[in-house]
Design a protein around this ligand. Structure first.
Ligand SMILES: Nc1ncnc2c1ncn2[C@@H]1O[C@H](COP(=O)(O)OP(=O)(O)OP(=O)(O)O)[C@@H](O)[C@H]1O
Ligand SMILES: [Mg+2]
Length: 313
């Protein structure tokens, strides 16, 4: 992922400058504590590594991997296969939207992602879809014209799936509004023969309370609330092997795992944010690894004097 930008910099002659001034360069080191495909990343300049860390990492933990494998499977089925779908639920920050984005990325962005937030009519819902796929600059006014416009664009762009995020928001409206939007989703996915991937909060299945048929179509997957257990230790182990730090981190122990869970309440967003901050700090301080004490120091963003170091990187 970063090799491209690094190569570009190199071809422009800029990488050399970055490398020379890197604060903690270990020439010739092979960084065997990292997974083979990430070892070279640790040799990059500080600034480059910090940008890599800020961009984030995707860990294919078991529930994510099961849901992704199933999504890829239903997207690979012939167009005439009916009733393909998923309902992916999870607490705030569990990784639902990330899942949708990764699915789209894996399919050359031929996946429409819309948010159900604030859609209370089919007309609005189709407007969202047109917006998501950069449809016509001026949307047709009537619901049926919008419907036709959406179907045309889906066909022209060879769209592979419709992803509807924040699906729990549909149940905030009246039953009448809810059934209208669900009817729109059903119409679109049936006519265009698209798999439907719904994502939302834990209570999302409530949005399908009046549509048993649609509910049956969606295979449920639940993203976890993390606890201090073997699954979490494995997750952290995977992450440690990807972080572009030059020394081995040490977070796979009860004290560090418990601390992360306690501070985050088991939310992946909070866990990742904490580790990202600690990793950036580890580069800026020259410590080059994340430990429990590093986590404790990284409760907040790096202090200004540390960030100033970047000017010299
Ligand atoms: N598979 C993953 N591996 C590593 N980090 C992840 C993964 N999925 C999500 N994250 C981290 O968690 C953060 C929150 O993810 P995301 O926005 O997808 O959650 P969400 O479930 O959509 O939250 P919300 O309910 O607030 O919409 C991401 O920015 C990323 O840092
Ligand atoms: Mg989200």
């Amino acid at each position: 992922m970063n090799r491209e930008s690094s190569n570009q910099l190199q071809s422009e002659g800029a990488i050399h400058t970055l490398k020379v001034v890197s604060t903690t360069s270990y020439p010739g080191a092979s960084y065997l504590h990292l997974a083979p495909q990430y070892q070279a990343d640790a040799g990059e300049a500080d600034l480059v590594r910090i940008e890599m860390i800020k961009r984030g990492f995707i860990i294919e933990h078991p529930e994510y991997a099961h849901a992704m494998a199933y999504a890829r499977w239903i997207l690979s089925m012939p167009k005439n296969a009916r009733g393909r779908g998923i309902l992916l639920t999870g607490n705030p920050g569990a990784g639902k939207s990330t899942f949708g984005e990764e699915l789209a990325r894996a399919h050359d962005n031929k996946v429409i992602i819309v948010s159900a937030e604030g859609s209370s009519t089919m007309r609005e819902f189709y407007g969202r879809v047109l917006e998501a796929i950069d449809g016509p600059a001026v949307y047709p006014v009537s619901t049926s014209d919008r419907e036709m416009a959406v179907l045309r664009v889906i066909k022209a762009l060879d769209i592979k799936a419709l992803v509807v995020d924040e699906i729990q928001d549909l149940s905030k409206g009246t039953d009448r509004e809810l059934s209208k939007v669900l009817a729109g989703m059903k119409f679109l996915t049936n006519r265009a023969r698209l798999p439907l991937i719904c994502m939302g909060a834990m209570e999302s299945s409530n949005a399908f309370r009046n549509d048993e048929h649609l509910k049956q179509r969606l295979r449920p997957f639940v993203l976890p609330i993390w606890k201090s257990d073997q699954l979490f230790a494995d997750f952290i182990g995977n992450l440690e092997s990807m972080l572009p730090l030059r020394r081995p981190s040490s977070l796979r122990n009860d004290a560090a795992l418990n601390y992360l869970i306690k501070r985050s309440g088991g939310s992946l967003r909070a866990i990742m944010e904490h580790i990202v901050l600690a990793s950036v700090r580890a580069i800026l301080s020259g410590e080059e690894c994340v430990t429990l004490s590093g986590l404790k120091e990284a409760e907040f963003a790096p202090p200004v004097e540390m960030l100033r170091k970047l000017k010299y990187a």
